[in-house]
Design a protein around this ligand. Structure first.
Ligand SMILES: Nc1ncnc2c1ncn2[C@@H]1O[C@H](COP(=O)(O)OP(=O)(O)OP(=O)(O)O)[C@@H](O)[C@H]1O
Length: 261
């Protein structure tokens, strides 16, 4: 039996007197797609930081691919939240993708034929071949974001962590990147943790939802969590979830995502 891709037991993060979230227990199998939802400041990115080994738990345990979390695991791919790279960043677009290949993290002196083919393939898949030779700093936000997705997939990760990866992408590229992420899960058996404010673009791929709000959380299938009574209880105020042509419209979500002890 293979280890779960991700396993948290009684996990909590506290900053001083503030409990961001607590008592999170979840196990994710290879190939599973978890959407992480919740209002601003609810602790979604912090959840990813825990899995990246960048944020210590205040209680509980976290294991990734059968081992305690640690920084810099090449089995973990990460698409960070969008931020514009500096104009002067001394990398071409294809170099950014190459950085995702194991063994290329500390410089780019020599790229094997096989690695070059893999980079070309990824550049094609994210539609970045045309700007592969351009300096990354001059590229648009969406163009950079597509390269980050390719970089995260380059090392064939067993766990793929995505922090709002569709942000700043047009509809066509949203679909292309979503399809790439889905294939990593379905064809290559990676577990996906997908932080998003908007579940609809990925709803057909989501196996389970982890919803954070007001220091509490719920875990379950889309049908179990994305319901008026469940979210109203979580937000402690009326929230209405309406299904319309396969899309979910959530009305009455508050922006306040945290509480103070
Ligand atoms: N090291 C830290 N020390 C104190 N507070 C922190 C620290 N890291 C994060 N926080 C706080 O924890 C809260 C949760 O942040 P996080 O980035 O996880 O939220 P989020 O759900 O991803 O929000 P958004 O949707 O806005 O991206 C924020 O209020 C943030 O200021």
């Amino acid at each position: 039996m293979t280890d779960p891709a991700l396993q948290l037991e009684g996990a909590a993060v506290r900053f001083g007197a503030r409990t961001l979230w607590s008592d999170v227990s979840i196990s994710l199998e290879r190939g599973e797609f978890l959407a992480v939802l919740g209002p601003n400041g609810a602790g979604k990115s912090t959840f990813l930081k825990v899995l990246l080994g960048l944020q210590r738990l205040s209680a509980g345990t976290a294991q990734v691919l059968g081992k305690p979390v640690r920084r810099g695991s090449h089995r973990v791919g990460y698409i960070p939240q969008h931020h514009q790279l500096e104009l002067e960043t001394p990398l071409r677009a294809r170099d950014l993708v190459a950085l995702g290949l194991e063994g290329h993290k500390y410089g780019l002196p020599w790229v094997s034929h096989k690695a070059r083919a893999r980079i070309d393939d990824l550049l094609d898949q994210v539609g970045a071949r045309d700007y592969a030779q351009r300096p990354v700093g001059v590229l648009s936000g969406g163009e950079q974001q597509r390269l980050r997705a390719a970089q995260a997939l380059a090392g064939n990760p067993g766990l793929l962590l995505c922090d709002e990866p569709l942000h700043s992408l047009d509809l066509n590229h949203q679909r292309a990147i979503t399809e790439l992420i889905r294939r990593q899960a379905v064809d290559r058996g990676a577990a996906v943790v997908f932080v998003t404010h908007e579940i609809n673009p990925v709803i057909e791929h989501v196996d389970r939802v982890l919803y954070f709000a007001r220091g509490a959380h719920r875990v379950g299938t889309v049908q179990e969590v994305m319901r008026s009574e469940v979210l109203s209880e979580l937000y402690q105020s009326p929230v209405e979830v309406i299904e319309h042509k396969g899309r979910l419209v959530v009305m009455g979500e508050h922006s306040e995502g945290t509480h103070h002890d």
